[in-house]
Ligand binder design. Structure first.
Ligand code: HEC
Length: 199
């Protein structure tokens, strides 16, 4: 009894230690298996992408870039031909106005309308900061349109009656209204009554 007791108590810890070792190496083996599996999966997908799916071709990315560029162009070239009352608030007119502004006004009034365009630096008076406004001839739709009809006498701000169609000038009015902090709105009734008579 005593011997067997001793034996068992001797063996006990040894067995336990063995068991622990076994179970530890069992965990390690599992970890190694998972590691090898993940390597196999990674390698297999690498092989798949490189040889079977045709790889990640730069040509696949290019059309996306082209699409983005087309979208930018589309944003600028808005078709406003269907708009019959260009003086009434309309998002497409604002976008069209932004394009007309870039071509005709930004050199003096600046790309963002801050009055800091490259051609405006030496002018006296300098081009107006369109964001701040402070209009001499009125910041309502009809006031701004009058400025674009006749200019500001005695300054380098010309009238655009002959240079730009009335629709483009209404687009500019709407664009300025979209960026300025100093705006007054004419009533729709006023616009409908007066705007169609203006050229
Ligand atoms: C050659 C430079 C030049 C160009 C180009 C130009 N402007 Fe001006 N603009 C001026 C100057 C200078 C003034 C300031 C006049 C003043 O202070 O009396 C002015 C003033 C204005 C004003 C303020 C009017 C007011 O009631 O006080 C508006 C609005 C305006 N411009 C819009 C435009 C738009 C829109 C375009 C494009 C179609 C344009 N300008 C093109 C130089 C320019």
């Amino acid at each position: 009894m005593t011997t067997s007791d001793n034996n068992s108590s001797d063996k006990g810890p040894v067995l336990d230690a063995n068991h622990r070792e076994e179970s530890q190496s069992g965990v390690n083996q599992g970890g190694m298996t998972m590691f090898i599996l993940s390597m196999v999966v990674t390698f297999a997908s690498f092989i798949y992408v490189s040889f079977f799916s045709g790889g990640i071709d730069l040509k696949e990315i290019k059309p996306l870039e082209e699409a983005a560029v087309e979208q930018k162009v589309a944003e600028v070239k808005v078709d406003v031909s269907g708009i019959t009352e260009p003086w009434l608030p309309n998002d497409d007119m604002v976008k069209h106005g932004a394009a007309v502004y870039k071509t005709n006004c930004a050199m003096c009034h600046g790309n963002e309308g801050k009055g800091d365009g490259v051609a405006g630096g030496a002018l006296k008076p300098p081009p107006r900061n369109l964001i701040e406004g402070k209009w001499k001839q009125g910041g309502s739709e009809l006031g701004l349109f009058a400025t674009l009809q006749n200019g500001v006498p005695g300054t380098s701000m010309q009238g655009y009656k002959d240079a730009l169609p009335a629709k483009d000038r209404w687009a500019l009015v709407q664009f300025i209204h979209s960026i300025t902090q100093d705006k007054v709105n004419d009533s729709e009734a006023d616009l409908k009554a007066k705007a169609p008579t203006l050229q």
